[in-house]
Ligand binder design. Sequence first.
Ligand SMILES: CCCCCCCCCCCCCCCCCCCC(=O)SCCNC(=O)CCNC(=O)[C@H](O)C(C)(C)COP(=O)(O)OP(=O)(O)OC[C@H]1O[C@@H](n2cnc3c(N)ncnc32)[C@H](O)[C@@H]1OP(=O)(O)O
Ligand SMILES: NC(=O)C1=CN([C@@H]2O[C@H](COP(=O)(O)OP(=O)(O)OC[C@H]3O[C@@H](n4cnc5c(N)ncnc54)[C@H](OP(=O)(O)O)[C@@H]3O)[C@@H](O)[C@H]2O)C=CC1
Length: 587
Amino acid sequence: MFAFTHKQADASLCRYAARFSAFGRSSGKTLAGSDSVRRIALRSVCIGSQDPTHDHGFSERPGRQSDRQTDGMASIADFYAGKNVLITGATGFMGKVLVEKLLRSCPGVNTLYILVRPKAGQSMQERVKDMMKCKLFDRVREDDPDFHRKIVPISSELMQPGLAISPEDVERLTACINVVFHCAATIRFDEPLKHALQLNVIATQQLLSLAQRMEKLEAFIHVSTAYANCNRRHIDEVIYPPPVEPKKLIDSLEWMDDSIVRDITPRLIGDRPNTYTYTKALAEFVVQQESSKLNIGIIRPSIVGASWQEPFPGWIDNFNGPSGVFIAAGKGILRTMRANNDAVADLIPVDVVINLTLAVGWYTAVHRPKSALVYNCTTGGINPFHWGEIEHHVMSTFKRNPLEQAFRRPNANITSNYLINQYWILVSHKFPALIYDLFLRLSGQKPQMMRIFNRLHKAIGLLEYFSSQDWEWNSENMNMLMGQLSPEDRKTFNFDVRQLNWPEYIENYCIGTKKYVLNEDMSDIPAARQHLKKLRNIRYTFNTVLLVFIWRVFIARSQMARNIWYFVVSLCFKFLSYFRASSTLTA
Ligand SMILES: CCCCCCCCCCCCCCCCCCCC(=O)SCCNC(=O)CCNC(=O)[C@H](O)C(C)(C)COP(=O)(O)OP(=O)(O)OC[C@H]1O[C@@H](n2cnc3c(N)ncnc32)[C@H](O)[C@@H]1OP(=O)(O)O
Ligand SMILES: NC(=O)C1=CN([C@@H]2O[C@H](COP(=O)(O)OP(=O)(O)OC[C@H]3O[C@@H](n4cnc5c(N)ncnc54)[C@H](OP(=O)(O)O)[C@@H]3O)[C@@H](O)[C@H]2O)C=CC1
């Protein structure tokens, strides 16, 4: 808990943020990367931590709400009616689905304030305009063509002190916001620690400080990840002690230059696979520290995939997690990957996560649990499906609905054996890439396949940790919440994954990657099939040429190879004659 006032907290966080922004520019003035410095650095940040908290009591928090609703069974849409909602990460994958669902299923919602930054040469307004044109919003557009009037973008760069929100906007938000959904984060697995800390932890801290100043705030919902504690096998709905006290880490990294931080990062993150899961765990702790002052809910989704039902099946807009793997396999580029066939593939559809998130917003505001409630949002313990089954359904879907301009016919296999995987990487990835690049060179083009494979191997390498083992998540709070919903809300905000039909979901997911990520037209499938036939003919021709070449090099030149060849051929011939004779006899 912070022992100082909100204003002081803000000032101190702004200082951290300002110092962090200066890090990249200050490398010349900081200490050199000697071993002793690294040791001191590590010692200064590795400290003991607290006990887990799991308090399900409910409390009154005086002075937080002006127009509180107390009827636990009131509908979720009714709760959001007239409310002002603040959303971070609204331009991201999950944020967009959250905005869409709020507009569609809670038509009475007053205003959605979304924190957006200018990016890639586009102003904040242009980005929001583009976002609202997205196909995802088709159903909302049909219901209310004027829906954009409810969306108010607020310029904000979360990496900056005070989140770079103007004083006028701060005033506006603190006066009217009822519910906050914090979705923004860097989800890259290779993010430098300082950057991940700045966005996932410090920005969260700053948002919490802002939230404390919101006069009408009823709930603060933080989106975490089920893998924040992936160093444990069994994960309960509690906030585990952080690997390090966030404030100490922030203070310690302050004086280190980027190269030292890079060197000590593996020691700091310890048994976590990347800076993403590490900083998300720290963020949970930071959020928990505010739970005596705010009504807080924490959602922990596992691997978020395409939509299951809403607004339509298979909606997806990025290459993250399994989507990139499915696409690479469908394009015939990815042929092998390390994954455990029998491990649970804990995918969760994005619409399920968003339905749960909105329900948690409602429940947290209405019931005000005494401490932050954590909701593990996973499928493995309820309706398990395995990577081996996923492989089968992905391959079968892409064979029936091929992607355009595939590199080879889709035929990917997963294996948990390192050596077998390395063998197939050599034979099925590197060798064809070399041949293709040779062909490109000879035809006067720039070679590119080897570069693509190197990037693919880097990406796959970062995912293997998650596809090679499984975890057990307790999801009591998700079940408890389901029991709290009215039958109507259970339908409108469905997060009951027992009803999920995996083969159908995976098929829609793969088709979704084709339609919405690659923007391919379903009417071009016959041409894509023709292309696969052409690839099959190229393969047959290539194999025949290879066989003739081997025959010329070895068989025609060596008596011993010729003898072995005749022996094998006569053996085959004898077998054939034997089977033909025995089948004639039985007939
Ligand atoms: C064998 C086949 C059968 C299938 C069955 C088996 C499947 C096993 C699948 C296993 C999946 C396991 C997934 C586990 C995930 C655990 C998740 C934990 C949950 C979470 O909380 S967070 C969400 C997950 N986060 C991520 O997935 C992020 C991972 N990505 C990264 O960290 C970086 O993107 C990466 C991989 C380091 C690459 O970085 P970089 O090289 O810098 O590239 P960019 O990201 O900048 O992308 C550049 C450009 O390329 C496009 N892109 C990215 N990936 C692909 C791809 N696979 N194919 C084609 N194109 C791709 C990307 O969109 C960018 O395009 P722009 O136009 O935007 O420039
Ligand atoms: N996808 C998944 O599989 C899972 C995701 N999660 C969690 O869900 C949340 C949302 O993830 P997802 O939607 O997939 O992620 P995305 O990467 O799609 O979206 C991230 C969002 O954060 C915003 N953001 C990032 N950096 C900044 C910044 N410096 N200033 C302002 N905004 C910024 C992005 O804005 P911009 O468009 O400007 O970049 C974007 O809106 C995250 O908290 C993530 O940890 C949890 C489990 C699984």
